[in-house]
Write a protein that binds this ligand. Structure first.
Ligand SMILES: Cc1cc2nc3c(=O)[nH]c(=O)nc-3n(C[C@H](O)[C@H](O)[C@H](O)COP(=O)(O)OP(=O)(O)OC[C@H]3O[C@@H](n4cnc5c(N)ncnc54)[C@H](O)[C@@H]3O)c2cc1C
Length: 322
């Protein structure tokens, strides 16, 4: 760690009530279970702590040179084997409250750290429909806002009233609607200097049995067609307009294709698996290889949905934060 980062560590540790760690492994926070450490890892104890830590960081780094990575449930990222050359900020359990609104029984606030399946189940218990799609999506609310996560014909945008966002550069907090966030298919206009703190959702009332039945059928569909939530990050590529990335990868003859310890799932060709011993670079190289081969065979340029974090060798794929 550079001297500068030692100073940053000391200053953040001096104000934090939550954890601040040096050279802290991040693999455990991702579904791929891959990648190296963050130079500094920060897990604020609560919202006041987050404000204090980010204010301190602004004082130390007014021009925002130190890269900050917000880590949710790590279900849509591949962290470099070399790790993250900056600060990794994780909004976990202290940011996972569910707060129903007395004035509107179909609305509630939910913290950015809340896992999506818990939101789906909580809503179903209250006979609220609209989040069933999320029952098998292993992300957090914060990551779902950033990615406009969705499945089974719906997405987060369909239920979002607004997200509360903290701007790292200014310390300003704003409530932004889906339109203001530019939510579209697996996309928002949020930058890496903006942190989703919570979201207000509005669902619709429906009998519990109907909601449960939909959730059951989504769960069954996933169990039958996808490899499960470990050692992958869900869909690797976005679906091109009117087509499916999995169909294209399969059509290019790449189901089961392997690079090092990473392979295209034999169950679903848009899921890329990291076997024991795989490196993050293997996953990167596999994605790169498949993208090129699909383009050569079918003339379609696939766009990764998975985010790459930290330095990778050979970087034609968009890499976050480097
Ligand atoms: C088995 C499996 C199935 C999946 N199925 C689906 C699916 O059906 N549909 C779908 O859309 N996705 C799916 N995914 C992908 C993933 O679950 C979603 O993209 C999810 O929204 C990511 O949330 P996360 O908390 O894991 O984000 P992370 O992977 O932690 O982060 C993803 C991005 O969001 C940013 N981010 C995270 N939290 C915040 C925050 N609080 N504020 C600002 N930025 C933040 C990160 O910096 C990063 O850029 C699947 C993944 C797996 C492993």
């Amino acid at each position: 760690m550079s001297n500068d980062m030692n100073d940053v560590y000391d200053a953040l540790a001096g104000v934090a009530r939550g954890s601040v760690e040096r050279s802290y492994p991040l693999a455990r926070f991702t579904t791929y279970r891959l990648g190296g450490p963050a130079e500094i890892y920060v897990a604020p104890a609560d919202l006041d702590d987050l404000h204090a830590l980010t204010a301190e960081l602004r004082g130390l780094d007014p021009t925002g040179k130190i890269p900050v990575l917000v880590v949710g449930r790590g279900s849509n990222m591949v962290i470099s084997d070399a790790g993250w050359p900056g600060i990794a900020l994780r909004l976990g359990q202290p940011f996972a409250a569910l707060d129903p609104k007395a004035e509107d029984p179909t609305s509630f606030d939910v913290g950015a750290g809340k896992p999506l399946p818990l939101v789906a189940n909580w809503s179903a218990r209250r006979a609220l429909a609209g989040m069933e799609w999320a029952v098998g999506v292993p992300g957090s609310i914060g990551g779902a806002v950033r990615m406009n996560a969705g499945a089974h014909g719906s997405d987060l945008a369909a239920s979002l009233v607004h997200a509360t966002v903290l701007g790292l550069n200014t310390g300003d907090v704003s409530a932004r609607t889906g339109e203001q966030l530019g939510l579209s298919y697996r996309h928002s206009n949020l930058t890496d200097r903006e942190i989703v703190i919570s979201a207000r959702l509005r669902l619709s009332s429906e009998p519990r049995e109907a909601i449960r039945a939909r959730m059951d059928s989504f769960r069954k569909h996933r169990a039958a067609t996808q490899p499960g939530a470990l050692q992958n990050a869900g869909s690797t590529f976005k679906n091109p307009e009117g087509d499916s990335a999995g169909r294209l990868v399969e059509a290019a003859g790449l189901k089961g294709w392997r690079v090092g310890g990473a392979s295209v799932s034999a169950i679903h060709a848009n899921f890329f698996m990291a076997d024991d011993g795989a490196t993050a670079q293997d996953v990167f190289d596999l994605i790169h290889d498949v993208r090129r081969k699909v383009n050569d065979a079918l003339g379609v340029e696939l766009t990764p949905e998975v985010r790459f974090v930290g330095p990778f060798a050979g970087r034609e794929i968009e890499v976050l934060g480097t």
